[in-house]
Each structure stands twice: as structure tokens, then as C-alpha cells.
Design a protein around this ligand. Structure first.
Ligand code: TYD
Length: 208
């Protein structure tokens, strides 16, 4: 399904890769250029999604991998239908922290549910809304973990997974990006934030 007149940009990467910093820099640049921006995220971009987020990230009991996959897909269905599509139809630029590729990497590879089924679940949930550009901030899991440890936040259910899980997630993101080079810009997460931001702007400019 087409995205209307707006531009849909998603940011992907492991936990601690610096997505939020980049989303902020990109938003600032677009606002300065006079564009209307919706900055949002998954999970938790809607009221409904905030409740799902609480369950999926902080529930104390065991959540089976398929239930986890369905929770992310439910959050996504609500978010895309009620917030993202309407913004794109108004011609806005949507900057979104995480989307379907996160489910493919975390649930498909991390939880080993399989990439194809997880992708098609989310495509159904969103009536196949595809990003115009996806920024993958690539960082190895050791460097990412060191950043998270530095933040001293309490780990959520996914962050608390072992390094093997995070290695599979990283490899999956790189595979997805390699398969769709026109949709993706892959940036080295160890570079200074401003130099990453410059690479992102360069790729986005022709789409504006
Ligand atoms: P995020 O909001 O990026 O984490 P934080 O705000 O703590 O930086 O994402 C929360 C977690 O959810 C993150 O570990 C990745 C995971 N996740 C999935 O496993 N599947 C998904 O489809 C999405 C969107 C996120």
C-alpha cells in the first residue's frame, strides 16, 4: 500500500546503538528546514501501545516467543493505522524509532521464530506499509552493552538477553539491509553522532 505524500523514515539497530540521538538530530534538521515532522516509536507510539509496551518489556512472568511476537504486531497495527498513516497522508515526515525490521531481527532471529513468518505477520498488521528509508545503526553487541551499562538503567526483558541473542539480532539486521540496499542506509555506530547524522541527511535529501 502506498505511503501517500509523506516520507516514512525508520531507524533500526541494537539496544544502545544510538537511534534516539539520531532521531533527535534528524528531527531538528527537518524542523529547521520548515518541514512538519512526526517523531514516534515502537513499541509504545499510542495509548494502547504504551500498555502493550509495559507488558512486553516489563512483565515479570514468562512470555512465550509467539505471544511476544503478537504483542509487537498488535502495537504496530494500532500505531500505523491511527498515527503513522494519517500523518503520511497529511504529507508529513515520519521519523520512527524501530519498525518491522526490529521484529524480524529480535523475534525472527533472536527468538528463532523465522524471518519470513515474522515479516508477513507485521505486513498483515500494517496492510504492508513500507518505509521509504531505513537507517541501520550498526554496532557490535559488546560496544552496545558497554553503553547500556554506562546508562545504568534497569534492563528490560529484551536488553537482559545474553550476548548470543544480541549477536543474532545484529547479524539479522545486516542481512536484511544487504537484501534491500535501496531502502537502507547502514552507518557505523562507533562514528561521532554528527558524522552519522550527515550520512543520514545525504541519503534522505533526494526523497524530500
Ligand atoms: P526501544 O524502545 O528501542 O528500547 P529503549 O527505549 O529501552 O531504548 O525497544 C524496546 C525493546 O523492544 C528493544 O530491546 C527491542 C525490542 N523490540 C522487539 O523485540 N521487537 C520489535 O518489534 C520492536 C519494535 C522492539
Amino acid at each position: 500500500m502506498s505511503t501517500g505524500r509523506g516520507v516514512f523514515v525508520t531507524l533500526e539497530g541494537g539496544d544502545g546503538s544510538g537511534k534516539s540521538t539520531q532521531a533527535g538530530l534528524l528531527e531538528e534538521w527537518l524542523l529547521k528546514a520548515g518541514r512538519t515532522v512526526l517523531r514516534t516509536r515502537e513499541p509504545g507510539g499510542t495509548e494502547f501501545g504504551l500498555e502493550v509496551r509495559e507488558i512486553v518489556l516489563h512483565s515479570r512472568g514468562f512470555i512465550t516467543p509467539r505471544a511476544e511476537a503478537l504483542l509487537y504486531a498488535a502495537d504496530r497495527a494500532q500505531h500505523i493505522a491511527t498515527k503513522v498513516r494519517p500523518a503520511l497522508e497529511r504529507g508529513e515526515i515520519v521519523i520512527q524509532d524501530r519498525y518491522i525490521d526490529s521484529s524480524v531481527a529480535y523475534q525472527g532471529s533472536g527468538r528463532v521464530l523465522g524471518a519470513a513468518e515474522i515479516r508477513s505477520l507485521s505486513q498483515w498488521a500494517t496492510e504492508d506499509l513500507r518505509p521509504d528509508l531505513t537507517v541501520l545503526i550498526d554496532l557490535d553487541e559488546v560496544a552496545a552493552r558497554a553503553r547500556l551499562d554506562n546508562d545504568q538503567k534497569r534492563f528490560d526483558r529484551l536488553e537482559a538477553e545474553k550476548s548470543d541473542f544480541h549477536r543474532r539480532v545484529r547479524e539479522s539486521f545486516l542481512e536484511i539491509a544487504a537484501a534491500e540496499p535501496t531502502r537502507f542506509v547502514v552507518v557505523d555506530g562507533t562514528l561521532p553522532p554528527e558524522s552519522i547524522a550527515a550520512q543520514v541527511r545525504e541519503r534522505l535529501q533526494p526523497l524530500l
